[in-house]
Design a protein around this ligand. Structure first.
Ligand SMILES: Cc1ncc(COP(=O)(O)O)c(C=O)c1O
Length: 441
Protein backbone atom coordinates (compact mmCIF):
# COMPACT_ATOMS: atom_id res chain seq x y z
CA UNK A 1 0.00 0.00 0.00
CA UNK A 2 1.27 3.48 -0.81
CA UNK A 3 1.80 5.93 2.06
CA UNK A 4 0.23 9.35 1.62
CA UNK A 5 3.75 10.70 1.01
CA UNK A 6 4.22 8.23 -1.86
CA UNK A 7 0.73 8.93 -3.20
CA UNK A 8 1.63 12.61 -3.36
CA UNK A 9 4.81 11.66 -5.19
CA UNK A 10 2.75 9.79 -7.77
CA UNK A 11 0.54 12.84 -8.20
CA UNK A 12 3.69 14.92 -8.65
CA UNK A 13 4.75 12.89 -11.67
CA UNK A 14 2.38 14.75 -14.03
CA UNK A 15 1.85 18.38 -13.16
CA UNK A 16 -0.34 21.00 -14.77
CA UNK A 17 2.57 22.50 -16.75
CA UNK A 18 3.51 19.15 -18.24
CA UNK A 19 -0.06 18.74 -19.46
CA UNK A 20 -0.21 22.18 -21.18
CA UNK A 21 0.08 22.68 -24.94
CA UNK A 22 3.53 24.13 -25.78
CA UNK A 23 2.17 27.56 -26.79
CA UNK A 24 0.08 27.81 -23.65
CA UNK A 25 3.08 26.78 -21.53
CA UNK A 26 5.25 29.48 -23.15
CA UNK A 27 2.56 32.12 -22.47
CA UNK A 28 2.24 30.94 -18.87
CA UNK A 29 6.03 31.18 -18.33
CA UNK A 30 6.06 34.72 -19.75
CA UNK A 31 3.26 35.71 -17.38
CA UNK A 32 5.02 34.16 -14.36
CA UNK A 33 8.30 35.86 -15.33
CA UNK A 34 6.49 39.23 -15.41
CA UNK A 35 5.15 38.52 -11.91
CA UNK A 36 8.67 37.69 -10.73
CA UNK A 37 10.00 41.02 -12.07
CA UNK A 38 7.15 42.81 -10.31
CA UNK A 39 8.07 41.14 -6.98
CA UNK A 40 11.79 41.89 -7.45
CA UNK A 41 10.93 45.58 -7.80
CA UNK A 42 9.42 45.52 -4.31
CA UNK A 43 12.90 44.81 -2.85
CA UNK A 44 11.57 42.47 -0.17
CA UNK A 45 13.82 41.30 2.65
CA UNK A 46 12.18 38.29 4.28
CA UNK A 47 13.63 35.27 6.08
CA UNK A 48 12.02 31.83 6.36
CA UNK A 49 15.29 30.04 7.15
CA UNK A 50 15.69 30.45 10.87
CA UNK A 51 14.46 27.52 12.94
CA UNK A 52 14.27 29.48 16.12
CA UNK A 53 11.62 31.36 18.09
CA UNK A 54 11.14 35.07 17.52
CA UNK A 55 12.06 37.49 20.34
CA UNK A 56 8.35 37.86 21.24
CA UNK A 57 8.01 34.10 21.59
CA UNK A 58 11.12 33.88 23.74
CA UNK A 59 9.56 36.53 25.99
CA UNK A 60 6.96 33.93 27.08
CA UNK A 61 9.65 32.49 29.37
CA UNK A 62 10.84 35.78 30.89
CA UNK A 63 8.95 35.21 34.19
CA UNK A 64 11.43 32.37 34.88
CA UNK A 65 14.15 34.98 35.23
CA UNK A 66 12.46 36.42 38.33
CA UNK A 67 12.70 33.11 40.20
CA UNK A 68 16.26 33.54 41.49
CA UNK A 69 17.66 36.60 43.18
CA UNK A 70 20.45 37.30 45.69
CA UNK A 71 18.31 36.22 48.66
CA UNK A 72 16.77 33.06 47.14
CA UNK A 73 17.15 29.67 48.77
CA UNK A 74 19.71 28.02 46.49
CA UNK A 75 19.27 24.49 47.84
CA UNK A 76 17.42 21.80 45.92
CA UNK A 77 16.42 18.91 48.18
CA UNK A 78 19.66 19.21 50.16
CA UNK A 79 21.90 19.98 47.16
CA UNK A 80 23.69 23.36 47.22
CA UNK A 81 23.21 24.66 43.68
CA UNK A 82 25.65 27.51 44.26
CA UNK A 83 28.70 25.25 44.46
CA UNK A 84 30.41 22.31 42.76
CA UNK A 85 28.93 18.84 43.07
CA UNK A 86 26.00 16.74 41.94
CA UNK A 87 27.36 16.10 38.46
CA UNK A 88 24.32 14.17 37.23
CA UNK A 89 21.99 17.11 37.80
CA UNK A 90 19.96 18.35 40.75
CA UNK A 91 17.18 16.04 42.03
CA UNK A 92 14.19 18.12 40.91
CA UNK A 93 15.64 18.62 37.41
CA UNK A 94 16.36 14.89 37.05
CA UNK A 95 12.80 14.11 38.08
CA UNK A 96 11.57 16.46 35.35
CA UNK A 97 14.01 14.87 32.87
CA UNK A 98 12.68 11.42 33.78
CA UNK A 99 9.09 12.45 33.11
CA UNK A 100 10.17 14.14 29.92
CA UNK A 101 12.14 11.20 28.54
CA UNK A 102 10.07 8.33 29.92
CA UNK A 103 12.79 6.80 32.12
CA UNK A 104 13.29 6.78 35.93
CA UNK A 105 15.15 9.90 37.23
CA UNK A 106 18.20 7.74 38.07
CA UNK A 107 18.49 6.98 34.36
CA UNK A 108 18.92 10.63 33.43
CA UNK A 109 21.70 13.19 33.40
CA UNK A 110 20.85 16.90 33.34
CA UNK A 111 23.56 19.07 31.88
CA UNK A 112 24.20 22.47 30.33
CA UNK A 113 22.24 24.17 27.63
CA UNK A 114 22.78 21.97 24.57
CA UNK A 115 21.56 18.49 23.64
CA UNK A 116 23.64 18.68 20.45
CA UNK A 117 26.71 19.01 22.63
CA UNK A 118 25.74 15.86 24.57
CA UNK A 119 25.24 13.95 21.31
CA UNK A 120 28.67 15.04 20.10
CA UNK A 121 30.39 14.11 23.37
CA UNK A 122 28.84 10.63 23.41
CA UNK A 123 29.67 9.95 19.75
CA UNK A 124 33.27 11.13 20.19
CA UNK A 125 33.50 8.88 23.25
CA UNK A 126 32.40 5.79 21.30
CA UNK A 127 34.65 6.82 18.42
CA UNK A 128 37.70 6.98 20.70
CA UNK A 129 36.96 4.30 23.29
CA UNK A 130 34.20 2.20 21.75
CA UNK A 131 30.91 1.07 23.17
CA UNK A 132 32.01 -0.87 26.32
CA UNK A 133 33.18 -4.33 25.30
CA UNK A 134 33.59 -3.46 21.59
CA UNK A 135 36.28 -2.07 19.30
CA UNK A 136 36.61 1.74 19.25
CA UNK A 137 34.95 2.93 16.12
CA UNK A 138 38.03 4.81 14.92
CA UNK A 139 39.89 1.49 14.65
CA UNK A 140 37.33 -0.03 12.29
CA UNK A 141 37.97 0.16 8.54
CA UNK A 142 34.53 1.58 7.90
CA UNK A 143 31.82 3.07 10.12
CA UNK A 144 28.41 3.97 8.71
CA UNK A 145 25.44 5.81 10.16
CA UNK A 146 21.81 5.88 9.06
CA UNK A 147 20.35 9.32 8.46
CA UNK A 148 16.58 9.50 7.91
CA UNK A 149 16.22 12.16 5.21
CA UNK A 150 15.00 14.81 4.94
CA UNK A 151 16.49 15.33 8.39
CA UNK A 152 18.46 17.68 10.63
CA UNK A 153 21.68 18.98 9.07
CA UNK A 154 23.49 19.36 12.40
CA UNK A 155 23.00 15.66 13.12
CA UNK A 156 24.61 14.79 9.82
CA UNK A 157 27.46 17.17 10.66
CA UNK A 158 28.27 15.31 13.89
CA UNK A 159 29.00 11.99 12.18
CA UNK A 160 30.51 13.57 9.08
CA UNK A 161 32.98 15.42 11.30
CA UNK A 162 34.20 12.09 12.71
CA UNK A 163 34.69 10.59 9.27
CA UNK A 164 31.64 8.33 9.60
CA UNK A 165 29.82 7.63 6.34
CA UNK A 166 26.27 8.96 6.44
CA UNK A 167 23.71 6.76 4.66
CA UNK A 168 20.40 8.48 3.84
CA UNK A 169 17.26 6.51 4.63
CA UNK A 170 13.95 7.55 3.15
CA UNK A 171 11.42 9.16 5.48
CA UNK A 172 7.80 8.03 5.20
CA UNK A 173 4.86 9.53 7.06
CA UNK A 174 5.33 6.87 9.78
CA UNK A 175 9.04 7.57 10.32
CA UNK A 176 12.10 6.13 8.57
CA UNK A 177 11.42 3.42 5.97
CA UNK A 178 11.73 0.45 8.31
CA UNK A 179 12.05 -2.17 5.58
CA UNK A 180 15.16 -0.34 4.38
CA UNK A 181 16.48 0.24 7.94
CA UNK A 182 16.00 -3.41 8.98
CA UNK A 183 17.57 -4.71 5.79
CA UNK A 184 20.63 -2.44 6.10
CA UNK A 185 21.18 -3.05 9.82
CA UNK A 186 20.80 -6.82 9.55
CA UNK A 187 23.19 -7.10 6.61
CA UNK A 188 25.95 -4.65 7.52
CA UNK A 189 27.77 -4.69 10.87
CA UNK A 190 29.65 -1.51 10.01
CA UNK A 191 26.39 0.42 10.54
CA UNK A 192 26.87 1.62 14.08
CA UNK A 193 23.93 3.90 14.60
CA UNK A 194 21.13 6.10 13.46
CA UNK A 195 19.70 9.53 14.17
CA UNK A 196 15.99 9.79 14.96
CA UNK A 197 13.84 12.82 15.76
CA UNK A 198 10.84 10.69 16.70
CA UNK A 199 8.25 13.34 17.50
CA UNK A 200 7.37 16.22 15.18
CA UNK A 201 10.51 15.36 13.24
CA UNK A 202 12.80 18.05 11.85
CA UNK A 203 11.78 18.96 9.13
CA UNK A 204 8.79 16.74 8.19
CA UNK A 205 6.92 17.24 11.45
CA UNK A 206 5.76 13.62 11.49
CA UNK A 207 5.70 11.44 14.62
CA UNK A 208 6.97 7.87 14.40
CA UNK A 209 4.20 5.26 14.49
CA UNK A 210 4.13 2.66 17.30
CA UNK A 211 5.16 0.03 14.79
CA UNK A 212 8.19 2.04 13.68
CA UNK A 213 9.28 2.55 17.30
CA UNK A 214 8.87 -1.16 18.10
CA UNK A 215 10.77 -2.24 15.01
CA UNK A 216 13.65 0.15 15.80
CA UNK A 217 13.78 -1.20 19.36
CA UNK A 218 13.90 -4.88 18.46
CA UNK A 219 15.49 -5.10 14.99
CA UNK A 220 18.66 -7.06 14.36
CA UNK A 221 21.75 -4.83 14.26
CA UNK A 222 25.43 -4.75 15.26
CA UNK A 223 25.77 -5.28 19.04
CA UNK A 224 27.31 -1.81 19.40
CA UNK A 225 24.60 -0.18 17.25
CA UNK A 226 23.16 2.93 18.93
CA UNK A 227 20.10 5.05 18.20
CA UNK A 228 20.39 8.76 18.98
CA UNK A 229 16.77 9.35 19.98
CA UNK A 230 16.66 13.13 19.76
CA UNK A 231 13.34 14.07 21.29
CA UNK A 232 13.90 17.79 20.68
CA UNK A 233 10.18 18.41 20.01
CA UNK A 234 8.68 16.04 22.60
CA UNK A 235 6.25 18.61 24.01
CA UNK A 236 5.95 21.00 21.09
CA UNK A 237 2.30 20.39 20.23
CA UNK A 238 0.40 22.94 18.16
CA UNK A 239 -3.02 21.57 19.11
CA UNK A 240 -4.67 20.31 22.31
CA UNK A 241 -4.67 16.78 20.97
CA UNK A 242 -1.04 15.82 20.68
CA UNK A 243 0.67 13.07 18.69
CA UNK A 244 1.53 10.11 20.94
CA UNK A 245 4.97 8.54 20.82
CA UNK A 246 5.55 5.01 22.11
CA UNK A 247 8.16 4.70 24.88
CA UNK A 248 11.16 3.22 23.05
CA UNK A 249 13.08 2.45 26.26
CA UNK A 250 10.34 0.07 27.39
CA UNK A 251 10.04 -1.53 23.95
CA UNK A 252 13.83 -2.03 23.80
CA UNK A 253 14.06 -3.35 27.37
CA UNK A 254 11.53 -6.09 26.57
CA UNK A 255 14.13 -7.73 24.31
CA UNK A 256 17.26 -6.71 26.26
CA UNK A 257 18.15 -3.87 23.87
CA UNK A 258 17.92 -1.06 26.44
CA UNK A 259 21.55 -0.04 25.86
CA UNK A 260 20.71 0.73 22.22
CA UNK A 261 18.75 3.89 23.02
CA UNK A 262 20.50 7.20 23.74
CA UNK A 263 17.77 9.77 24.28
CA UNK A 264 18.42 13.50 24.42
CA UNK A 265 16.26 16.60 24.68
CA UNK A 266 16.56 20.14 25.96
CA UNK A 267 14.54 23.16 26.94
CA UNK A 268 16.05 25.19 24.08
CA UNK A 269 12.65 25.65 22.46
CA UNK A 270 10.74 25.63 25.74
CA UNK A 271 12.54 28.41 27.63
CA UNK A 272 15.65 30.07 26.18
CA UNK A 273 17.55 28.70 23.15
CA UNK A 274 21.19 28.42 24.12
CA UNK A 275 20.39 29.10 27.77
CA UNK A 276 18.18 26.17 28.73
CA UNK A 277 19.01 22.81 30.29
CA UNK A 278 19.68 19.59 28.38
CA UNK A 279 18.72 15.99 29.20
CA UNK A 280 20.29 12.62 28.54
CA UNK A 281 18.35 9.42 29.29
CA UNK A 282 19.30 5.82 28.70
CA UNK A 283 19.87 2.44 30.39
CA UNK A 284 21.39 2.27 33.88
CA UNK A 285 24.69 1.04 32.41
CA UNK A 286 24.87 3.74 29.73
CA UNK A 287 24.04 6.57 32.12
CA UNK A 288 26.69 5.41 34.55
CA UNK A 289 29.31 5.12 31.80
CA UNK A 290 28.43 8.37 30.03
CA UNK A 291 28.44 10.26 33.35
CA UNK A 292 31.88 8.85 34.19
CA UNK A 293 33.18 9.94 30.79
CA UNK A 294 31.72 13.43 30.77
CA UNK A 295 32.90 13.99 34.34
CA UNK A 296 36.49 13.92 33.10
CA UNK A 297 35.94 17.33 31.54
CA UNK A 298 33.21 18.85 33.71
CA UNK A 299 33.05 19.23 37.47
CA UNK A 300 29.50 20.49 37.55
CA UNK A 301 26.95 21.90 35.11
CA UNK A 302 25.17 25.19 35.78
CA UNK A 303 22.96 24.09 38.67
CA UNK A 304 21.50 27.53 39.25
CA UNK A 305 19.98 27.35 35.78
CA UNK A 306 18.70 23.86 36.56
CA UNK A 307 17.15 25.19 39.79
CA UNK A 308 15.48 28.08 37.99
CA UNK A 309 14.07 25.71 35.36
CA UNK A 310 12.88 23.12 37.89
CA UNK A 311 11.09 25.79 39.94
CA UNK A 312 9.53 27.34 36.82
CA UNK A 313 8.54 23.95 35.33
CA UNK A 314 8.21 21.64 38.36
CA UNK A 315 6.68 18.73 36.44
CA UNK A 316 5.58 17.64 32.98
CA UNK A 317 2.07 19.10 33.48
CA UNK A 318 3.64 22.52 34.05
CA UNK A 319 5.69 22.01 30.88
CA UNK A 320 2.53 21.24 28.89
CA UNK A 321 0.77 24.33 30.29
CA UNK A 322 3.76 26.45 29.34
CA UNK A 323 3.85 24.93 25.86
CA UNK A 324 0.23 25.94 25.29
CA UNK A 325 1.44 29.56 25.31
CA UNK A 326 4.00 28.70 22.64
CA UNK A 327 1.32 26.88 20.64
CA UNK A 328 -1.00 29.89 20.73
CA UNK A 329 1.85 31.94 19.29
CA UNK A 330 2.92 29.40 16.64
CA UNK A 331 -0.43 28.03 15.43
CA UNK A 332 -1.30 31.08 13.28
CA UNK A 333 2.09 30.77 11.59
CA UNK A 334 1.66 27.11 10.70
CA UNK A 335 -1.92 27.83 9.60
CA UNK A 336 -0.61 30.59 7.34
CA UNK A 337 1.81 28.14 5.69
CA UNK A 338 -0.97 25.62 5.06
CA UNK A 339 -3.39 28.29 3.80
CA UNK A 340 -0.94 29.99 1.45
CA UNK A 341 0.45 26.79 -0.01
CA UNK A 342 -3.04 25.34 -0.49
CA UNK A 343 -4.34 28.53 -2.12
CA UNK A 344 -1.29 28.85 -4.35
CA UNK A 345 -0.34 25.31 -5.26
CA UNK A 346 -3.01 22.73 -4.51
CA UNK A 347 -4.26 20.90 -7.58
CA UNK A 348 -1.25 21.91 -9.71
CA UNK A 349 0.60 18.66 -8.98
CA UNK A 350 3.96 20.42 -8.77
CA UNK A 351 4.42 20.52 -4.99
CA UNK A 352 3.63 18.65 -1.83
CA UNK A 353 4.23 19.60 1.76
CA UNK A 354 3.74 18.19 5.24
CA UNK A 355 1.00 19.21 7.68
CA UNK A 356 2.69 19.05 11.09
CA UNK A 357 0.72 19.02 14.32
CA UNK A 358 3.77 20.20 16.24
CA UNK A 359 7.47 21.00 16.06
CA UNK A 360 9.19 23.80 14.21
CA UNK A 361 9.16 23.03 10.49
CA UNK A 362 7.23 22.18 7.35
CA UNK A 363 8.91 20.04 4.70
CA UNK A 364 8.23 21.09 1.10
CA UNK A 365 8.94 19.20 -2.14
CA UNK A 366 8.83 20.50 -5.69
CA UNK A 367 9.42 18.54 -8.91
CA UNK A 368 12.68 16.69 -9.47
CA UNK A 369 15.57 19.08 -10.05
CA UNK A 370 13.66 22.09 -8.75
CA UNK A 371 14.75 22.79 -5.17
CA UNK A 372 18.04 24.59 -5.84
CA UNK A 373 16.37 26.68 -8.57
CA UNK A 374 13.38 27.55 -6.39
CA UNK A 375 15.74 28.50 -3.56
CA UNK A 376 17.76 30.77 -5.87
CA UNK A 377 14.71 32.41 -7.38
CA UNK A 378 13.27 33.09 -3.91
CA UNK A 379 16.61 34.62 -2.94
CA UNK A 380 16.49 36.89 -6.01
CA UNK A 381 12.99 37.96 -4.97
CA UNK A 382 14.22 38.82 -1.46
CA UNK A 383 13.20 35.68 0.46
CA UNK A 384 15.79 33.59 2.29
CA UNK A 385 15.08 29.88 2.75
CA UNK A 386 17.27 27.20 4.32
CA UNK A 387 19.62 26.21 1.45
CA UNK A 388 18.29 23.42 -0.77
CA UNK A 389 20.05 20.16 0.08
CA UNK A 390 20.58 21.06 3.74
CA UNK A 391 18.09 18.38 4.80
CA UNK A 392 20.24 15.60 3.31
CA UNK A 393 23.64 14.24 4.41
CA UNK A 394 26.48 16.16 2.79
CA UNK A 395 23.96 18.71 1.49
CA UNK A 396 23.16 16.31 -1.41
CA UNK A 397 19.46 15.83 -2.02
CA UNK A 398 19.53 13.09 -4.69
CA UNK A 399 16.35 14.29 -6.41
CA UNK A 400 16.88 17.99 -5.60
CA UNK A 401 13.26 18.37 -4.47
CA UNK A 402 13.30 19.28 -0.78
CA UNK A 403 13.12 22.64 0.97
CA UNK A 404 12.64 23.27 4.68
CA UNK A 405 10.16 25.96 5.70
CA UNK A 406 10.80 27.48 9.12
CA UNK A 407 7.68 29.48 10.01
CA UNK A 408 8.43 30.36 13.64
CA UNK A 409 10.58 33.48 13.41
CA UNK A 410 8.78 35.86 11.00
CA UNK A 411 5.51 37.64 11.82
CA UNK A 412 2.36 36.21 10.20
CA UNK A 413 2.35 39.11 7.70
CA UNK A 414 6.00 38.54 6.73
CA UNK A 415 5.38 34.83 6.47
CA UNK A 416 2.42 35.30 4.15
CA UNK A 417 4.46 37.57 1.89
CA UNK A 418 7.36 35.09 1.87
CA UNK A 419 5.02 32.18 1.05
CA UNK A 420 3.54 34.09 -1.90
CA UNK A 421 7.10 34.34 -3.22
CA UNK A 422 7.73 30.62 -2.66
CA UNK A 423 4.50 29.78 -4.49
CA UNK A 424 5.45 32.00 -7.44
CA UNK A 425 8.99 30.57 -7.60
CA UNK A 426 7.65 27.00 -7.49
CA UNK A 427 5.23 27.67 -10.33
CA UNK A 428 7.81 29.32 -12.56
CA UNK A 429 10.53 26.73 -11.96
CA UNK A 430 8.05 23.85 -12.46
CA UNK A 431 6.85 25.40 -15.72
CA UNK A 432 10.42 25.99 -16.92
CA UNK A 433 11.39 22.40 -16.11
CA UNK A 434 8.36 21.14 -18.02
CA UNK A 435 9.38 23.27 -21.02
CA UNK A 436 13.03 22.13 -20.86
CA UNK A 437 12.03 18.47 -20.65
CA UNK A 438 9.78 18.92 -23.67
CA UNK A 439 12.64 20.50 -25.62
CA UNK A 440 14.88 17.55 -24.79
CA UNK A 441 12.28 14.91 -25.67
C1 LIG B 1 16.20 17.96 16.11
C2 LIG B 1 17.01 18.95 16.87
N1 LIG B 1 17.87 18.53 17.80
C3 LIG B 1 18.65 19.38 18.51
C4 LIG B 1 18.57 20.73 18.28
C5 LIG B 1 19.46 21.64 19.07
O1 LIG B 1 19.19 21.49 20.42
P1 LIG B 1 20.09 22.12 21.56
O2 LIG B 1 19.83 23.58 21.59
O3 LIG B 1 19.60 21.42 22.80
O4 LIG B 1 21.52 21.79 21.28
C6 LIG B 1 17.67 21.24 17.34
C7 LIG B 1 17.59 22.68 17.07
O5 LIG B 1 17.05 23.14 16.11
C8 LIG B 1 16.89 20.32 16.61
O6 LIG B 1 16.02 20.72 15.66
Amino acid sequence: MLTSYEKAEVELTKNVYEKMESAELARCIEELEREVEHVKAKELKLDMARGKPSPQQVDISRPMLDILSHDSNLFDEGVDCSNYGCFDGIPSARRLAGEFLGVPPEQTIVLGSSSLNIMQSVLIHYWEKGVPGYTPWYKLPHVKWLCPSPGYDRHFGLTQDLGIENIPVRMTDEGPDMDQVEYLCASDESIKGMFCVPKYSNPTGITYSDETVRRLAVMKAAPDFRIVWDNAYAVHDLFDESDQLLNIHEAAAEVGNEDRILEVASTSKITFPGAGIAFFGSSVANVEEVARTLQVGLISANKLNQLMHARFLPDIDAVHEHMKKHAAFLRPRFEAVERKLTEGLSGLGCARWTHPRGGYFVSFDGPRGSAKRIWKLCQEMGVTLTPAGATWPGGEDPNDTNLRIAPTYPSVGELEAALDVLVLATKLVSAQIAQEERAQA
